[in-house]
Design a protein around this ligand. Structure first.
Ligand SMILES: [Zn+2]
Length: 94
């Protein structure tokens, strides 16, 4: 979809864990993270507490524990590519 080129730094759409979450959260000046995932979202299992939920935007939180998860657009076709930022992670504002 013509976005998410790796234009510096170590993080990119194929990073994992916290690095991927931060990359997606900041991509497009923060405009990507609230965009809906095509197809209605991905069935996710929280990697913090184990609860199931639907990740409907590229960055989303587990409704049970607030754990932050993200998936990058090139990888959003498979829930296995969802990355978890880690327990206690707070998204940067703005
Ligand atoms: Zn959770």
């Amino acid at each position: 979809m013509g976005c998410c080129s790796d234009d510096g730094g170590n993080a990119g759409p194929f990073s994992e864990g916290n690095a991927l979450v931060e990359f997606v959260a900041q991509a497009h000046g923060g405009g990507l993270r609230n965009q809906s995932i095509p197809g209605g979202g991905l069935d996710a299992v929280c990697q913090g507490c184990g609860a199931g939920f639907t990740l409907t935007t590229f960055v989303g939180k587990c409704p049970t524990c607030g754990g932050v998860h993200a998936v990058s657009p090139p990888r959003c076709g498979d829930a296995a590519n969802i990355q978890f930022a880690g327990k206690g992670y707070q998204l940067p504002e703005g």
